[in-house]
Design a protein around this ligand. Structure first.
Ligand code: NI
Ligand code: MN
Length: 227
């Protein structure tokens, strides 16, 4: 599994020979100005919820790549109304087997509306299971007891957790979340993009380290490989 960070909560993940793209917010993000949106590969685009900072480039990338959009029903219908026909609607609690592996939609404690005001359904996180790696992409969420269900369900090799505070959980709660999901290998997201979510990165890494865990904060544009 190869993980490339495109800033904020956007990751490109190569898994089982497929390119999965999560929550594309690149062209409006000044921190990601060196990323060429038109060069990003995608076979699948997964959208956790409808907020602008998660869907900004979804339509243009889906149009260019013809990637299949995996999201909640309401967002897939909204994408259809923007001319994106290749969608797979899901909802929390359900799973589906794709050619790269299994996607299970899990609860996220947040809100969701699309940029034009359209109702966005409920925000979600994703559990991805494959013959290569299993991982949890939390989307925007608070710490919640529901995360214990993930820890009891299956071993996740990596978890992508928001750590920026204010709109989502912050570092302290993310450390607790990693206990609940029983995963010690965390990739941080949803931090530093705007003033409300600026964090002390050294302090964040230390807090995870003190709890016996690894917090990885990828540079935007960099790629990490998980063997
Ligand atoms: Ni949000
Ligand atoms: Mn957000």
């Amino acid at each position: 599994m190869k993980v490339t960070y495109y800033g904020h909560s956007c990751f490109g993940i190569e898994l089982m020979g497929k390119h999965l793209l999560f929550d594309p917010f690149i062209s409006p993000n000044p921190l990601a100005s060196k990323i060429d949106v038109n060069s990003i590969k995608a076979d699948y685009i997964l959208l956790s919820h409808g907020h602008e900072d998660h869907v900004a480039d979804a339509v243009s990338i889906a149009k260019r790549t013809n990637a299949k959009v995996i999201s909640c029903y309401e967002i897939v219908i909204w994408m259809q109304n923007q001319g994106i026909e290749n969608g797979h609607p899901m909802n929390i609690g359900g799973h589906w087997i794709f050619d790269f592996g299994k996607v299970k939609c899990v609860n996220a404690v947040h809100s969701s509306v699309l940029p034009d005001g359209t109702y966005g359904g409920n925000p979600m996180g994703f559990l991805i299971e494959s013959k290569d790696k299993n991982f949890y992409y939390a989307g925007d969420t608070a710490l919640s007891y529901d995360m214990k269900l993930i820890g009891d369900y299956k071993k996740m090799d990596v978890a992508f957790l928001p750590i920026g505070n204010n709109f989502t959980m912050g570092v302290d709660n993310a450390v607790i979340a990693s206990d609940y999901i029983k995963c010690n290998n965390i990739i941080g997201m949803h931090y530093d993009t705007m003033d409300y979510i600026k964090i002390d990165k050294k302090d964040a890494v230390e807090k995870f380290s003190n709890a016996g865990k690894t917090l990885t904060l990828l540079d935007i544009g960099s790629t990490a490989e998980y063997e």
